[in-house]
Every structure is written in structure tokens, then in C-alpha cells.
Design a binder for this molecule. Structure first.
Ligand code: URA
Length: 247
């Protein structure tokens, strides 16, 4: 299973390079920071864009925010090797500026393809940029810590990996749902169906990937802000219970 997913992820990474996505960013960056962790992960964490350390090492979240993320993972008995970590934008923006809308847009189909390949149970968005890719109309200060189910139309970015001939498009269909146990557990069957489908070469008939998105504050924003830091830790510690409802 993970071999198939690893192959898909490798293809997506190669595709970003081949398609020369965001050439201006690429020129200024040391390297592409694609993602790190288990291709079989139940939880995928999505940040904004690589910083200096990430750019140097080619891995997401290896600086101060990454250390904090590792600490929070340890609090819920998870290691980063058991989850998957990536960013929306996969090259370091100059001077760590916020990613631009066009840059987020350019990388979105590749991020979506990563999620299709991994088919995690929960996608944890870190910060508002990441959340707004999936939940464009929501405010993080209002919805942090509340899981939302969304449907994404399959992208045909990696069409050569797909066996069902379903046409993908770049259009995102979001259907935020209320934070209820029923809502979360309902997604479980759809989720595992999507997982089966995506890892077996998309042989299933689904035309959409159902994901549970958990929007959290960004660890870098919360690191030195006492109140936000505790809120992030409290929200983070709900991850095992959310996973349990979905399993
Ligand atoms: N902040 C992010 O959003 N991503 C990283 O990889 C590191 C810091």
C-alpha cells in the first residue's frame, strides 16, 4: 500500500519540477520542500510555506515552529514519522513573506494530489492561509479546533495514475459541516472508500475526495503568545478523539 502511495507522491513531486511551478520562487529557493513523513499517515499537517531552515534542509517544519509541532505530537503520543507534514507553497518565499494568492493557487492542485494519494483521515491545517485553501469563507479565530468535512473534486493533475477515467477539475467543492460526533463519524466510510480507491490506482467510482479538516492556529504564531499557545495545545489534543470517531 505505502509503496503505491510513495510512487504517487514521487510522481507529484517530479511533476512540480517538470511543470516549473512558480519559477520566480523556485529561482530564489535552495530547493523544493515537498513533504515529509508516512505515506500511510492518518493525519496530514499542512503549513504555509518553508522558512529558512526548511529551505536549507528540504524538509517542512524543522525550525522553531517545527520543534513546537514535534512537542505537540509527542503530547498525543505521535512521532513525525507516523504523520505526514507538508505546506501549501513548496518553495521558500523571499524573506519569509506570506505566500501570495497566485502562489497558493499554483500549488493547490499538487497539494490536493498529495491528499488524494495519502487519503488521510484528518487534515490539520496550520494557520489561516492553509485553512482558507479548504475553507475559504471561515475565520480561524472563530473555527479553530472545530473539525469540518469537505468534498474535493478529484484533480486530474496526475491523470496517468488514474484508472477510472473520471474527469477531474480544479474546482473545489466545500461543504463545511457542523462539529458533531455524527458528522465526523459519517465521514468514516467515505474516507476509507476514498483511501481504498486512491491507493489502488483510483479504480473506484468516487468523483470526490471527502476530507475532515481540523483548522488550528499556526505553531509559529502561537509559539510566543501565551494564550494562543495554550489554545493551540488544547485544540491539538483533540486529534486522537477525532481520529477515534473516524476509525
Ligand atoms: N512554517 C510553515 O508554515 N511551514 C514550514 O515548513 C515551516 C514553518
Amino acid at each position: 500500500m505505502s509503496k503505491d502511495t510513495t510512487t504517487q507522491l514521487d510522481r507529484i513531486e517530479a511533476d512540480i519540477l517538470k511543470q516549473n511551478v512558480c519559477p520566480e520562487l523556485a529561482k530564489q529557493a535552495t530547493q523544493l520542500v515537498f513533504g515529509d513523513g508516512s505515506p500511510d499517515a492518518d493525519v496530514v499537517f499542512i503549513g504555509e510555506a518553508p522558512g529558512k531552515k526548511e529551505d536549507e534542509q528540504g524538509k517542512p517544519f524543522v525550525g522553531a515552529a517545527g520543534k513546537f509541532l514535534d512537542e505537540m505530537l509527542a503530547m498525543i503520543q505521535l512521532d513525525r514519522s507516523e504523520v505526514y507534514i507538508t505546506n501549501i507553497v513548496k518553495y521558500r518565499p523571499p524573506n519569509n513573506r506570506d505566500p501570495l494568492p497566485g502562489e497558493k493557487q499554483a500549488f493547490l492542485p499538487y497539494l490536493q494530489a498529495q491528499l488524494e494519494a495519502i487519503a488521510p483521515k484528518v487534515v490539520v491545517t496550520l494557520g489561516r492561509h492553509s485553512m482558507n485553501c479548504f475553507l475559504p469563507d471561515l475565520q480561524i479565530s472563530k473555527v479553530h479546533g472545530q473539525p469540518k468535512r469537505i468534498k474535493l473534486a478529484f484533480t486530474d493533475l496526475v491523470g496517468d495514475q488514474r484508472a477510472d477515467g473520471v474527469q477531474g477539475d480544479d474546482e473545489k467543492r466545500t461543504e463545511p459541516y457542523s462539529n458533531t460526533a455524527k458528522g465526523v463519524s459519517q465521514s468514516s466510510t467515505q474516507q476509507s472508500a476514498a483511501k481504498r480507491s486512491s491507493v489502488s490506482g483510483f479504480a473506484g467510482k468516487q468523483d470526490a475526495l471527502t476530507l475532515v479538516i481540523l483548522p488550528l492556529y499556526h505553531p509559529a504564531a502561537a509559539l510566543y503568545n501565551g494564550g494562543m499557545r495554550q489554545t493551540l495545545i488544547d485544540d491539538f489534543q483533540t486529534i486522537p478523539a477525532i481520529l477515534k470517531k473516524i476509525t
